[in-house]
Design a protein around this ligand. Sequence first.
Ligand code: ADP
Ligand code: MG
Length: 986
Amino acid sequence: MTDHQAPFVKTPTSAPGPGQADAGKANQGAGTEGPTQSSWAERAAQASPAMAQWFTLKEQVPDTLLLFRMGDFYELFYEDAHTAATALDIALTARGKHSDSPIPMCGVPFHSVDAYLRRLIQRGFRVALAEQTEKPSKGRKGPLPRSIVRILTPGTLTEDELLESARPNLLMALAPPPAHVQGQGGEWGVAWMDFSTGTVDVQSTTALGLDELLGRLKPAEIIIHDREALPAAWRPYAQAPDGGARGRRSALNAARARTTMAQAWHVHDAASLGAVTDNQAIACAMMLDYARMSQAGTLPRLAPPVVHREGHAMGLDSATRASLDLLEGRDGSTANTLFEALDNTLTAGGGRLLAERIANPLTYLATIQQRQRDWAWLAENDNLAEQVRAHLKGLPDASRALGRIASNRALPRDLAAIRDTLAALMALHVLLGRAPQTPWAAPEPALAARLASLHAMLAQALAEELPARATEDGVIASGFDVELDRLRTLRDDSQQAIMTMQAGLAERYGAPRLRVRHHSQLGHVIEVPAREGERLRAHPELHIRQGTANLARFSNQALDELNSTLAEAAELSTEREQGLVQKLVEAIMALEALPALIQNMAALDVAQSCAALARTGRWCIPELTEDASFDLRQCRHPVVERAMEGQRAKGGGGAPFTPNSCALPPTERVMLLTGPNMAGKSTFLRQNALAIIMAQAGLPVPALSARIGLVDRLFSRVGSADDLARGQSTFMVEMTETAALLNQAGPRSFVIVDELGRGTAPLDGLALARASLEALHDSIRARTIFATHFHALANLTAELPAMRPWAMKVREWEGQLVFQHEVAPGVAGRSWGIHVARLAGVPAPILERAQALLNQMQARRKPARTPHQPEHPPATWQAQGVGASDLFTNQATLSPTAESSRTGRTASGVKEASEMPPQASSVAEGGSLNPLAKPTFTLTLPTENASADTAPALRAFLKNPDPDSLSPRQAHALLYELGDLLKKPQ
Ligand code: ADP
Ligand code: MG
């Protein structure tokens, strides 16, 4: 039996994960206090009738919070009640008894349930809603029948209140490769859908690609048998295919899966949906089954599945995505992201499409160029673009409205959303149909006529002011339907009849304070003060209905008749109105072209958003090619630039962003970038990576010009990123990511590496950095920008002919460091650490002391050394590459002058880079040393005032110094102790 044929088994409960802190608990179901599985039926038999219903329903959804409708409340019982009371911070009470113990209970009012659902969903719970399926009626005995009408899970939501408007909300299913090819490049079947808009996508991927795909799509929920097969970060999103309900479905094989697909799309044979592999079909069917289960057996209308061929998407793994802040930053917000810098969309659908494109750059030239054409012509027709914007502005979220309409969950405002969208569509067709070279051709006349008639129907049918819920009266405008108007008149005109009746009764019984009033349970009644009530009791034609201390309520035959006429009219008018609403829903659903038209409008929105950027004149249409070229002129980092502009706008001053060019022709495809901290290295690296993403997403690029050979995979690696949250040592993370890069990158890839090897001892770090650089240059042959603090790597130009050293320009001016943020050929002479420390506000005495120590150390290293007389550098000051040269024993030890003359390629750049003060290169270049000899710490520390208990760790370290055994964190701590010592008066 292959894996996917295994019977559905509940996977272990999820570990609490990001945003899912409490979900683990929900998955325990009724838990300890509630009935165990074996006793469900037994318990139900002993319970009160309503509780018996609850037991029966709970058995269907043991791992889901069951919200059980009781009148105006949804109630939760047993462990569900405990969980929800804690999660929602509401009171836990008890309701009746079961087997002599009180039943724990909590409840939320039905009219505000959305807010509670939102909180539960956000905390990762699944929630089932059990509703009364019949209306209360007279003479009915026992509880109303109830059933589960919906299971809300993170991936199957449709409500705007529960969704983020700027992101798709995806449900994904994964079918693993057959067991015998697992781990050998076997392919996973992947299917995903956006339930809120009804789109479905199918693809295959290898295990390696799976991580990339997950990072790209960020599904809200993942259906998978074996959650352990997922990368750890995604396990909290995993859900068993049966959603925890037991024994509901039999095994799924490819044939059954294809049948499921055929049924979902109402086709005879799944083959007509496109060629899907067995695994793709199984993933798709798993997803459809799960979606259907969540909707209590029905599926909304779905767009036909889009089957993605591999090789059309650029590879971007999760480490790369995380380091580039494409759609969200590390804090999860969209502030300072690429999306934010690019987004000028006006509609929710446009925003989602733009996000999707940024997250999913292509490698397919034709599609990229089509997207470019779509906005380029708009950028040239500014007047037209403005008109387009006027039509798009303020439009409702039509895709999601349509999604709710398709899942029979339409709100009145969803119908209005379609009405307004149709109006905008028709106007845009008129506008763009006349425009030259428009990619948005007006539709066929027949379709155009259908759009117009649907719009007219909705415009006439919908009332001006719509109620919030579809079940409320007043959705349909008066004047639209004669019969509805008649029923409403009957219902409403009774007011006059009642007033007449009231006057008559008051006179007849001599009771001026008599009123005919409507009472929620009794219907219309005669109401008099209690004193008069005594007198009225004497009239046999009046039946007393209720007496309180203050009031007496009566009815008579005429009122009873009135009540039933009114109730009937109200019921009939509601029924009539619901029927009309249903007709509108059907008319909307019958227009099958609508989803595609709405999607087109989202694409138009993205196009105008791009055109708005291009209009500023500082963004270009990138030229994409099939070769390995890379040539950006005057490129900028859109996010950093925007942040700097924002600051200037606020009066914060500061210089404008400095553009930088970057050319990596095949003969110079590896750029080695050095420069002091804060000089702009990381910014430069990322701006090149972002330019590639923007270009291949079909978007404009913030540069004077850009020529980019299609990149198949983009890698961004940042040394020693702190990832304590994931519980991995920073260096381990760095190396894991580096390993993935070295295994996957190829000659069509683009790699940016920022400070590789920072997380370990300097010699290890340098060795690893050099080995990686060699691999990138020699065997991987990717276009590479390698920013490093190991300046000595620049000495490798002889061995690595396609590598060129570049440096960030800096100047020293009146003892201050000036960053020019300009990239020029050359090598940074020194690291300027003390200058940066000054900028950061380290107190002056410490800076002076550090400078003195630095001078001392440099003086000590001045005497000439031979390789056989190693001198050891001060261990904690090694960070900038001291000790590097041993790895380059084939190179002569470089003097600062030798270095700058060797790299003297272009006049201007070298001049700047080599205009460093005399001590500039001395720290960086160091002498030659023997890494095998145990280094000794040669710093003289101010010990006079230090008692035995100061700096204990530093002292312990100095007794037996072994810098290579220190973690970066330990080294840090030692530095702090050293700093404290320096601060003490001497
Ligand atoms: P590094 O990686 O060399 O330490 P960063 O790239 O982190 O330097 O840049 C440090 C700061 O310098 C940025 O936050 C930004 O404010 C500024 N900066 C970087 N590049 C530029 C540029 N091209 N033009 C203007 N300012 C820049
Ligand atoms: Mg940096």
